[in-house]
Design a protein around this ligand. Structure first.
Ligand SMILES: Cc1cc2nc3c(=O)[nH]c(=O)nc-3n(C[C@H](O)[C@H](O)[C@H](O)COP(=O)(O)O)c2cc1C
Length: 243
């Protein structure tokens, strides 16, 4: 099969790393690969903070809910949506810049995610493992303070990178028939039920886990409370008012 597609389909998050360090030149090359991603109107609305200070790594590990691999991975990057650089550049040309639009938040968040995913794939192509860390949004203000993020910049997620010291299974995905629809949106509850059965078997057989777990049940903590309800006020304070 096409080796690029093969690589993409072999992704699994890595949460345990060896002590081997990623060479700096390789890390920079991964970031360049990230920059090659498509970007809305060429705006490149992102900044990556390479967190090198060990005390800050420990602090972010705590702020992200006690995720030790944030501190122990070879490298930890914080991917920030950045509307400061492009709006200021535009302003310097004399444009009458409007800030705080919801569309700008979307553009910057999407650009950042596309860039980060390119970094992830480039890293995996080099035999590295990665794990995204959305947990930094548990305490986004403290993370922003630590990284001295200016207004119109917000931390979307972090990413641990390093040489894998674990070989977890590839986690199954929803049947393609559920997420690929022809012409119009159609009901997919049957495919979801089939996927729940498959995930239940996966948790029991592959992970020796709870036989009550499946995809739908595992979604409970996402939706049974107002998860990260602070995000709206946080984004407003960052200058993303959502107008
Ligand atoms: C934006 C984003 C944030 C995530 N945040 C975390 C996190 O904070 N901690 C963690 O261990 N995994 C995190 N993950 C990893 C997901 O849990 C993982 O991708 C998902 O369970 C699928 O497993 P896989 O990556 O092994 O295929 C995150 C993934 C994404 C895309």
């Amino acid at each position: 099969m096409n080796p690029t597609i093969e690589l993409l389909k072999s992704h699994r998050s890595i949460r345990k790393f060896t002590d081997q360090k990623i060479p700096h030149e390789l890390l920079v090359e991964l970031i360049r690969a990230g920059q090659a991603a498509a970007t809305s109107s060429h705006v490149q609305a992102y900044t990556v903070i390479h967190v090198k200070n060990p005390a800050n790594r420990e602090r972010i590990a705590e702020l992200a809910g006690g995720q030790a691999y944030v501190a122990s991975a070879s490298d930890f990057l914080v991917f920030c949506a950045d509307m400061k650089r492009p709006t200021e550049a535009s302003e310097r040309t004399g444009a009458n810049v409007v800030r705080g639009m919801t569309e700008q938040l979307l553009v910057a968040s999407v650009d950042t995610a596309l860039m980060a995913q390119n970094v992830a794939i480039a890293a995996e192509s080099e035999g590295l493992g990665i794990c995204y860390i959305g947990g930094i949004r548990n305490n986004p203000q403290a993370v922003s303070d630590l990284l001295r993020l200016p207004e119109h910049v917000y931390p979307v997620f972090g990413m641990c990178l390093g040489y894998p010291d674990a070989d977890p299974d590839v986690k199954p995905r929803l049947p393609v028939e559920a997420i690929l629809k022809e012409d119009v949106y159609t009901d997919d509850s049957e495919q979801v039920a089939a996927f729940d059965d498959a995930m239940q078997r996966y948790y029991v057989e592959r992970r020796g886990g709870n036989k009550d777990a499946n995809w739908s049940k595992n979604l409970t903590p996402l939706f049974d409370s107002k998860l990260r309800a602070h995000m709206r006020d946080f984004l407003t304070q960052r200058g993303f008012e959502m107008k």
